[in-house]
Write a protein that binds this ligand. Structure first.
Ligand SMILES: NC(=O)c1ccc[n+]([C@@H]2O[C@H](COP(=O)([O-])OP(=O)(O)OC[C@H]3O[C@@H](n4cnc5c(N)ncnc54)[C@H](OP(=O)(O)O)[C@@H]3O)[C@@H](O)[C@H]2O)c1
Length: 245
């Protein structure tokens, strides 16, 4: 994986930033999308689009930037990594503000669905290795009180990924589709969870304990494993646990 093009959402920090960094170090081109921008992604092969994924009516702006970056370039591998996610709203559903519920679902479900559709459409005729990856979570399977919006969104995108994987399976020049569970990682998502009180978020003590016991994974190590997973081949729609690689 040296001459790949990677479109990654959520590269301003956390897992997305660490993944972009490692892919760039291997010589790949990365287009990152997030509202903010990382200070560490300085490579000439890094392109950034400041964009709010909750603005789902304008997702085509991302593809316009893809056109700009890939114009007149030849890549051996192209890949979309749907990584960005919101963490809020946490807490009992009657306390979740409607605007936060809507924006969470747009970022975690609608934006990756539209982006996946546009990305596959754009490159469908290209006879090179192609992949769409979704950063998944155990929350897609575990019904956790106080995480209903996060769990619901992850469960939805999880099923979407499997459906698209089956669609692509027998296509000429089809895309590989995989889901990747990163493990519990030391990012701002965990920081937000730790910052709540018990009334706001019932898992706050678990989040604090994991942090204090040093049980959170280093984003750079997780990104290294995600790189290997992106390079390997799996069954269509398969979910791969990064900690087992
Ligand atoms: N950390 C964990 O323990 C853990 C566990 C399981 C799964 N995951 C999954 O791993 C993925 C990455 O999580 P992380 O821990 O790295 O989270 P993070 O540190 O909070 O980073 C989230 C990224 O998503 C971007 N993002 C959020 N809202 C956005 C918006 N409206 N528009 C554009 N970009 C937006 C953020 O950029 P801006 O704020 O700059 O826009 C940021 O770059 C997520 O899918 C998460 O569900 C994480």
């Amino acid at each position: 994986m040296e001459n790949g093009f990677f479109l990654i959402t959520g590269t301003s920090r956390g897992i997305g930033e660490a993944l972009a960094q490692q892919l760039l170090e291997k010589g790949n081109t990365v287009l990152g999308v997030a509202r903010g921008r990382s200070d560490t992604l300085k490579s000439k092969k890094y392109h950034h689009l400041a964009f709010d994924l909750a603005d789902t009516a304008r997702i085509s702006r991302i593809m316009a930037k893809v056109d700009e970056v890939v114009a007149n370039q030849r890549y051996d591998f192209i890949c979309l990594v749907n990584n960005a996610s919101a963490v809020e709203p946490l807490g009992s559903i009657e306390r979740c503000p409607p605007s936060e519920i809507e924006s969470h679902i747009k970022i975690g479900l609608i934006a990756p669905m539209i982006l996946t559709s546009l990305f596959i459409r754009k490159f469908s005729g290209d006879n090179i290795r192609k992949k769409v990856a979704f950063i998944s979570s155990g929350s897609a399977y575990s019904a956790l009180p106080h995480e209903s919006i996060y769990c619901g969104t992850k469960a939805g995108i999880n099923m979407f990924a499997q459906c698209v994987g089956l669609e692509q399976k027998d296509k000429e020049y089809g895309f590989e589709v995989i889901r990747i569970r990163p493990g519990t990682v030391d990012t701002s998502m965990q920081q937000v969870a730790r910052s709540k009180n018990r009334d706001e978020y019932m898992w706050v003590d678990v989040a604090k304990q994991m942090y204090e016991k040093g049980e959170l994974e280093d984003p750079a190590k997780v990104a290294e494993r995600i790189c290997s997973i992106l390079d390997n081949q799996y069954h269509q729609g398969q979910e791969v646990n990064a900690w087992e690689v």
